[in-house]
Write a protein that binds this ligand. Structure first.
Ligand SMILES: Nc1nc2c(ncn2[C@@H]2O[C@H](COP(=O)(O)OP(=O)(O)OP(=O)(O)O)[C@@H](O)[C@H]2O)c(=O)[nH]1
Ligand SMILES: [Mg+2]
Ligand SMILES: [Zn+2]
Length: 350
């Protein structure tokens, strides 16, 4: 039989066949095979399994993955921790306050999403806590300028939830971001019956959601809730890959003197020149450098899960797919803010 993994707990996983859910173990050879991953199956995986007793089964095989969101395992940096597979988009949930808004983490998720074939969407939640919209306007503008959909939401006042639903309708979406930004609360707000556990109001403790789960949305589509991650370390991204996720830096790099310019210390760097002239924001550059600096120049060749890696994350395919997604989103949302972005795009930001 075939099914979709909806949850993974230690050695067991839940597999939804469409008719019912089976609690499965993974076949021994799957557990032992050296894929370089921390677990043999991930939430979102399409699997072939053999039902055994009532409601139980054994996973025989994981089918090729369409997309995946991965990070470096916090326990072993040579191990890939696959958070979720086969979802369409990554909703990066940040909050205006509690915890504070930090673009650095958004950038990391953007890169991980793009690298894994997921379309990133930025969601700035808890806008009700802002004394003034200027607290988040710059960050929102920054991501819109580089062609991403930015949603401004409040699970408390329900602001922006209609747009969020439209973005999620008939697609599969994983919510990720720091602990406490309101991921589970947002999911509960768009589909009240789910009653996911959320942190009590005002509680400063973190990590309320403890496992990744795939849920069906009544209005169409699927959503994956994930636990907040304190440190999100990119998996299999090289230093020289980072620039392409910063569109203006990517564009400027054509004029750098050194062919493999990383824009950190090289002579004749057009990116550094652009900071001096004000064409490139210092904050964008700093964010770029922070990410480059955290990447270790070391590749561990592994026979990972994607059968034809070129098909999944081919460099030349990334940008068009992002643009296509963006166009879809624009159609769906049809809002003024989106028209603004279009103008900016004409100015050559994309
Ligand atoms: N003021 C305000 N509080 C919110 C909003 N959304 C969520 N919260 C609160 O923020 C806290 C954390 O919400 P959660 O939904 O548990 O956060 P999470 O992102 O799922 O956190 P983890 O599961 O730990 O990753 C809760 O106390 C929520 O009530 C919002 O829009 N405005
Ligand atoms: Mg949660
Ligand atoms: Zn350069």
């Amino acid at each position: 039989m075939e099914g979709t993994v909806t949850r993974v707990r230690s050695v067991l996983c839940e597999v939804d066949s469409g008719d019912r859910t089976y609690t499965c173990k993974a076949r021994g050879r799957l557990v032992e095979s050296d894929t370089g991953e921390s677990k043999p199956v991930a939430v979102g995986d399409r699997v072939v399994f053999t039902p055994t007793e009532e409601g139980e089964g054994v996973v025989e095989k994981v089918l090729p993955r369409r997309t995946k969101l991965s990070r470096k395992s916090p326990r072993d940096r040579r191990t890939e921790h696959v958070i979720v597979t086969n979802v369409d988009q990554l909703l990066i949930v940040a909050s205006v306050r509690e915890p504070p808004l930090t673009p650095g983490i958004i950038d990391r998720y953007v890169i991980a999403g793009e690298a894994g074939g997921l379309s990133p969407v930025v969601c700035i939640n808890k806008i009700d806590l802002a004394q003034d919209p200027s607290e988040y306007a710059d960050v929102a503008r920054m991501y819109r300028e580089i062609d991403y959909t930015v949603l401004l939401t409040s699970a408390r006042t329900e602001a922006g939830l209609d747009s969020l639903k439209e973005v999620m309708r008939d697609r599969s979406t994983v919510l990720a971001g720091h602990s406490g930004t309101g991921k589970s609360t947002l999911i509960n707000a768009i589909q009240p019956g789910l009653r996911l556990r959320t942190a009590p109001v005002g509680w400063k403790g973190r990590h309320t959601t403890s496992s990744v789960s795939l849920l069906k949305l009544d209005f169409g589509g699927y959503v994956v809730d994930t636990p907040g991650i304190r440190e999100f370390t990119l998996w299999e991204i090289e230093k020289r890959d980072v620039g392409q996720f910063f569109p203006l830096i990517w564009e400027l790099s054509d004029d750098c003197r050194m062919p493999d310019c990383l824009h950190t210390h090289e002579p004749g760097c057009a990116v550094k020149r652009a900071i001096e002239t004000g064409e490139l924001l210092q904050a964008r550059y700093d964010s770029y450098v922070r990410i480059v600096e955290t990447i270790e120049e070391e590749r561990v060749p592994r026979d990972t899960d994607v059968e034809v890696p070129e098909e999944q994350i081919a460099r030349q395919k990334r940008k068009p797919s992002r643009r296509k997604h963006k166009q879809d989103m624009r159609r769906i949302l049809g809002r003024e803010q989106e028209a603004e972005e279009e103008e900016e795009e004409d100015e050559g930001y994309s």
